[in-house]
Each structure stands twice: as structure tokens, then as C-alpha cells.
Design a protein around this ligand. Structure first.
Ligand SMILES: [Zn+2]
Length: 186
């Protein structure tokens, strides 16, 4: 389970572990917090009182030390996992749904024609469509793209990275996801 860390202005920054979040609380770095869920870590037994120490953190925390500019315009790292999740595991050419093992990173303008390995030039494609398209552009191959690739925002990337997002964290992050996102495609 991960805690959503925001900057002091409420912009989503990153996922941190419960341990990290509790440490930030202890260091007085948490300016404010949100979220319906509270996580508690049980520490050691106090020698004086015999009580077990407990440290808690809410599911969303705003951290004082984070600067605003660090993450807000960050381009997320392009990985197959994040790409396939951006594209909802749907092949951009045949429109069918596939498992991760049957998908490939397809370069719209192919590498052999100087196409770049960037978010806006790649889509998820099934092995069959990728092989059929080969080293050609969609126009050259006469294969139509079913959707337009885009760079995920940091908030969207945080959603794509974490499979165990809590309801309150998801609700918070969705406010930052642009309307063109494929996350809104059901
Ligand atoms: Zn396909």
C-alpha cells in the first residue's frame, strides 16, 4: 500500500511507502493531509511504559519540503508497462484487447524512418498488427490509427504506475487528469 505525496500547493508528486510517510510526519514535514484511510505502523515496546509505539499516516499527505516545479511538468518515463496501461491494453490498429505478453511498443513513424522513441510516437499494438505494419508509417501501410498518442500528465502516470490505488487517492488524482486521457474511455 502506498501513500500519495503532494507538494504544499496540493499538486500530486509521487508515491511513498507508509514507512516514508510516517518518517515525514515525525520530521514535521507534513503540512496537511487528506484521505479517508489511516495507516498505522507498530513500532517497538517502550522500556519505560511497556506500551507499543504506534505511528500513523493518512493516505494523502502534503509535504512541506517539496518544491512546486519538481514534478508538475515532468514527462513520465516511457516504459512498456506504462504505455500499455495508457492505451488500456488495446491495440491501436485492430482495436482488440490483449494481455501484456501479446502487446508491443509500436513506433508510428518507424525507427528506420527516424521515428523517435517518445510518448507521442508510440502506441500499444498486438504482435500481428506490428508485424503487418513493419517499417512503414500508417499511411504507407494503409493502416489507420484508432487513437492519438499523448504524453500522460504526472497525475495520470501516478495512476498508471500503481495497481492498488485507494478510492480517495484515485478521486484526488482524477482531478488532475486532462479530459483527452484514455483513462476516461471505459
Ligand atoms: Zn492489432
Amino acid at each position: 500500500m502506498l501513500i500519495l505525496s503532494l507538494d504544499i500547493y496540493g499538486n500530486p508528486n509521487e508515491w511513498v511507502t507508509v514507512q516514508d510517510a510516517v518518517t515525514k510526519q515525525a520530521k514535521n514535514q507534513v503540512a496537511w493531509s487528506l484521505g479517508d484511510n489511516i495507516f498505522t505502523l507498530h513500532g517497538g515496546k517502550s522500556r519505560l511504559t511497556g506500551e507499543i509505539s504506534e505511528l500513523s499516516t493518512p493516505s494523502i499527505i502534503a509535504v512541506r519540503s517539496e518544491s512546486k516545479s519538481k514534478y508538475i511538468n515532468r514527462v513520465p518515463t516511457l516504459t512498456n508497462r506504462a504505455l500499455f496501461r495508457r492505451d488500456r491494453n488495446i491495440c491501436a490498429y485492430c482495436g482488440k484487447h490483449f494481455g501484456v505478453d501479446d502487446l508491443t511498443r509500436e513506433h508510428i513513424i518507424p525507427r528506420c524512418q527516424q521515428g523517435k522513441d517518445i510518448w507521442t510516437n508510440v502506441v500499444a499494438a498486438c504482435v500481428k498488427c506490428n508485424q503487418r505494419k513493419d517499417g512503414r508509417t500508417p499511411e504507407q501501410a494503409n493502416m489507420q490509427l484508432l487513437y492519438v498518442p499523448y504524453v500522460p500528465s504526472n497525475a495520470e502516470h501516478l495512476i498508471l504506475m500503481n495497481r492498488n490505488i485507494l478510492h480517495d487517492q484515485m478521486e484526488f488524482l482524477m482531478q488532475f487528469v486532462p479530459k483527452h486521457s484514455r483513462l476516461f474511455v471505459s
